[in-house]
Design a protein around this ligand. Structure first.
Ligand code: UDX
Length: 437
């Protein structure tokens, strides 16, 4: 199948590479010439495990090309729209400028029978509006909405072997045509019995935001329990284990800590509340504002706990911050709790030295005022507190005896509840976890 992918950011670059890997003939298009040049050389402009290999093999096979000219989408039968929908500055709403521009740019190059497939996360109602635009253009193309559920760090695997496929399609013959083309694209996943939900536009759009809202709620729920644990002497990890044994609840996404961040969960729950308010149903998802607030309080908790536990005033202290990305196996610092904690501690006058295996460059671009180090030894040396905020394997496995010999004061704030407190305490550390006695 000849495919174009409009937008080669995180989602688009992965999608284009994965589609080529599956044997399709793909052209990736983006307005950013730097990004396109890097991708064309087989170098992703961001860190994602496994992507360089897939990108290079797809490019070498001749099945994957890149361009900055949307006219090069002509000739493809299916056009994926994978542009960003960031939060609008000063508002909770999603900014649809890039989606609208992609569709407008694409229209003149569409042919009879072409399918435009929305992948971006959009406010419910967007697909119907875009479908009307495409139909009105009279070019004989149709629209489908096929949300993406990939996780950063597992993006290639999640795209090639998704845990479900959702097609939002128009009623009648155009919808049947869309289903047939999408089935051809995802033939490998369907052969592997991947569950498929064929539905209308609104449901497909809502599936995506509902999934992210649920995940965010699950994390904030356990973090709310952590807040209660903190004033009662209970242990939130044991609590999560115990409720997680109930198959109806499940243990995954009950990791209490510094909370969620990244380019999806925070912005998606905010955009959802904004859209629900526009629809006159703000009260239905008003609880998401509470989830957002709980989430942001956990960052504050790490900062407050550090300040309160230091043996000296914070402005005289050196604080080692382990991790900057919003989660391990990613260089993404968008809405990162770890970076937020580092910035807040610096704002209080601490000498902050932060380390991350992949995210330093992105963090520095946003916060040049922080001190970054690529050496764990240098980061820890002379520190008055160690704040563990992104659970990269190298920080999870930190040896408290080795680290204890480097720091000035053995205080560890475990923002991810990764460490065995008994082991750390035995090595002479004052250990502070999240939602722990
Ligand atoms: C998320 C969704 O999982 C994915 O399906 C969707 O397509 C995009 O948004 P992602 O942003 O890559 O993916 O990260 P995810 O693994 O979901 O983690 C989100 C945040 O929650 C991270 O900051 C992570 O550290 C945090 N988290 C996760 C917790 O704090 N506790 C947990 O138990 C799980």
């Amino acid at each position: 199948m000849k495919i174009s992918v409009i937008g080669c950011g995180y989602l688009g670059a992965v999608h284009a590479s994965a589609m080529a890997e599956l044997g399709h003939d793909v052209i990736g298009i983006d307005v950013d010439a730097n990004k396109i040049a890097l991708l064309a050389e087989g170098r992703p402009p961001f860190f994602e495990p496994g992507l360089p290999e897939v990108l290079t093999s797809a490019r070498d096979s001749g099945r994957l090309r890149f361009s900055t000219d949307i006219a090069d989408a002509a000739g493809a039968q299916v056009h994926f729209v994978a542009v960003g929908t960031p939060q609008k500055p000063g508002s909770y709403s999603a900014d649809l400028t890039y989606v609208d521009a992609a569709i407008e740019g694409l229209l003149p190059y569409l042919s009879e029978g072409d399918l435009v497939v929305g992948k971006s996360t959009v406010p419910v109602g967007t697909a119907a509006r875009l479908s009307d635009l495409i139909v009105a253009s009279g070019r004989g193309a149709t629209l489908a909405w096929n949300p993406e559920f990939l996780r950063e760090g597992f993006a290639v695997q999640d795209t090639i072997s998704p845990d479900r496929l959702v097609y939002g399609v128009a009623p009648g013959a155009p919808g049947e045509h869309a289903v047939a083309l999408l089935n051809e694209i995802y033939v490998a996943a369907l052969a592997a019995d991947t569950p498929l939900v064929i539905t209308d536009f609104a449901t497909a759009e809502l599936v995506k935001v509902a999934a992210n809202a649920f995940l965010a709620t699950k994390i904030s729920f356990i973090n709310a329990m952590a807040e209660i644990a903190e004033v009662t002497g209970a242990d939130v990890t044991q609590l999560a284990d115990a409720i997680g044994y109930d198959a109806r609840i499940g243990r995954r996404f009950l990791g209490a800590g510094v909370g969620f961040g990244g380019g999806c969960l925070p912005k998606d729950i905010r955009a959802f509340t904004a859209r629900a308010e526009e629809l006159g149903r703000g009260e239905s998802v008003a609880f998401l504002k509470e989830m957002d607030a709980i989430n942001l309080r956990r960052r504050q908790r790490v900062v407050d706990l550090t300040v309160a536990s230091l043996p000296i005033p914070v402005h005289q202290a050196k604080v080692a911050v382990l991790g900057l990305s919003f989660k391990p196996h990613s260089d993404d610092v968008r809405d990162s709790p770890a970076l937020d904690v580092a910035v807040q501690l610096r704002g209080l006058g601490a000498e902050v030295v932060a380390i991350d295996p992949q995210a330093i460059e992105n963090a520095r671009a946003r916060h040049p005022q922080l001190t970054y180090s690529e050496s764990l030894e240098e980061t820890l040396r002379g520190a008055d507190a160690v704040v563990h905020v992104t659970e990269w394997p190298e920080y999870r496995e930190l040896d408290p005896v080795w680290a204890g010999a480097l720091v000035r004061n053995r205080l560890v704030i475990d923002g991810r509840n990764s460490y065995d407190s008994t082991v750390w305490r035995a090595a002479g550390w004052e250990y502070k976890g999240m939602g722990k006695p």
